[in-house]
Design a binder for this molecule. Structure first.
Ligand code: GLU
Length: 494
């Protein structure tokens, strides 16, 4: 592909949560626009009034911003082709539908829903694919117009040729040839006057000067119809690119609603706003998404958005279906967490602590962040590892206190020995506390694992925690000692 500035668009429908597939398309559009010095356009495809969800548009805009994407034209930022919301462009589509009717490339169809449903049943019985039988194709245009004036309801259908073949070209997949008779007379405008995708998207793409239509593989089936519409108008076709289909993690089939529900139970999701809530970084989601269907080479896997602007090439996109791999997402999240500056990461994990009801002290937060940074897979893991830093008191499980193969009495003795050695210190610093305790361990009959294990449970209240000494430094001498004493008390009382 050459590097002339492209004009690309993404056209999400505000019908619910913002889906991974749409986000990946948006990301690719964004990259193509930014690397060619072109424009990326957001168009809201709300022609399907039945599926419209209030507030979904704001949410998808939020999710796109969260991913780090920005656009040059759109309903929220305006632009020379406004409005960018299809429900506000009804008259434009009607005008073009009429042009097609006038040219003989479309016709009015008066068939009732009852007739169409009987037709469908008949086709099912004959095991034929659903298609319109063309009954209204031959109604003379004047007669059709008269009937409409008299109040009859009609849809506009595309008059697809019934003979010959059509060849269309996908940039990633090459030429695709189809018998015209396999292309149905699709509805372009519904009886309520609203255009459907097939017409609205083509008209908008043309009027908005879109040079590359990047979209999901689910549009391949109707791709020839879309090319026919362009050709019927005599417009220059854009470069068409149908991206790879997403398969469920097993690689067997497309993801269903049920699969998505299963996934949610494991803490995964195919919706961007969920991934945000689940503690994924936008940088990781971007890195993960782009590698489902694209690669730079056979080894580079870490990419920031800027790396992608510098290196992405649509020509290296692979159109074969890609299985959604959440283990990879976890992997990338870890990498990007490690790559985040500590102060930024601290700010990112703060809301997760607050959501759990912790009162977050910013100095403590900043100090604990490097300790959890190495271990976190998702941001909410920080709470699991480090919530105790914000507890006034921790109450360990008494059963967890004794060191491995040690009795409660022996454990009490170890705790007392440790207290006796830490007490004289003015404060607990790594280089003062550790040598003292290591010497104690050498002199005692216990291992480091036993002694530090007991201390870990006493001080943090949990068996798994960030490194013990670093944690004690943050918690501070007084609290450490009081927690060790408390552990002694707990063991003595049972
Ligand atoms: N609303 C369509 C979708 O979300 C847009 C398809 C397109 O990009 O043309 O799949």
């Amino acid at each position: 592909m050459d590097h002339r500035p492209v004009r690309v668009r993404v056209a999400p429908s505000p019908t619910g949560k913002y889906h991974l597939g749409n986000a990946r398309t948006a990301l690719i559009d964004y990259l193509m626009a930014r690397q060619s010095g072109g424009q990326f356009i957001l168009r809201i495809e709300d022609t399907d009034t039945k599926r419209f969800v209030e507030g979904a548009e704001e949410k998808l805009i939020d999710a796109m911003h969260w991913l780090g994407l920005s656009w040059d034209e759109g309903p929220d930022v305006g632009g020379p082709h406004a409005p960018y919301t299809q429900s506000q462009r009804k008259e434009i589509y009607q005008k073009y539908a009429e042009q097609l009717v006038d040219q003989g490339d479309a016709y009015y169809c008066f068939c009732s829903p009852e007739r169409l449903s009987a037709l469908r049943q008949e086709q099912e019985k004959k095991k034929e694919p659903h298609h319109y039988d063309g009954l209204c194709r031959s109604i003379p245009i004047e007669e059709a117009r008269r009937r409409i004036q008299n109040g009859e309801k009609a849809v506009v259908r595309f008059k697809s040729p019934k003979e010959g073949q059509i060849t269309v070209h996908d940039h990633l997949r090459g030429d695709i040839t189809l018998d015209n008779r396999n292309i149905d007379d699709f509805i372009l405008v519904k009886s309520n006057g609203l255009a459907v995708y097939h017409l609205a998207a083509m008209v908008d793409d043309h009027l908005m000067g879109i040079t590359h239509v990047v979209r999901g593989a689910e549009w391949l089936a109707t791709f020839p119809l879309h090319a026919m519409i362009y050709r019927a108008f005599g417009w220059t076709e854009p470069v068409w690119l149908h991206l790879s289909l997403f398969l469920k993690p097993s690689g067997k089939g497309k993801m269903s609603k049920r699969d998505a529900a299963e996934m949610a139970k494991d803490g995964y999701s195919i919706y961007i706003e969920d991934l945000r809530e689940l503690g994924y970084l936008p940088e990781a989601v971007v890195n993960w998404m782009i590698l489902m269907g694209w690669s730079l080479d056979d080894h580079t896997e870490f990419f920031t958005l800027q790396d992608l602007i510098d290196n992405f090439s649509i020509d290296r996109c692979n159109p074969s279906p890609a299985a959604i791999n959440f283990t990879k997402l976890d992997h990338f999240n870890g990498l990007h967490i490690r790559n985040t500056p500590v102060d930024k990461l601290a700010a990112l994990i703060k809301p997760f602590f607050e959501k759990e009801g912790y009162q977050v002290d910013d100095t403590v937060l900043l100090a604990l962040t490097p300790l959890v940074q190495e271990r976190m897979v998702t941001l909410d893991d920080s709470v699991k590892f480090a919530g105790f830093f914000f507890e006034k008191e921790v109450i360990p499980e008494v059963a967890e206190l004794p060191g491995k193969n040690m009795s409660p009495a022996e454990t009490i003795q170890v705790l007392k020995d440790v207290i006796a050695r830490l007490e004289p210190l003015p404060d607990i610093a790594h280089d003062t506390a550790e040598p003292i305790l290591r010497t104690y361990i050498e002199e005692s009959e216990y291992s480091a694992g036993q002694v530090f294990g007991i201390m870990r449970v006493a001080v943090t209240g949990q068996m798994v925690s960030p490194p013990l000494f670093e944690s004690m430094v943050i918690i501070g001498r007084e609290t450490v000692l009081s927690r060790l004493n408390k552990a002694v008390e707990l063991l003595q009382n049972t």
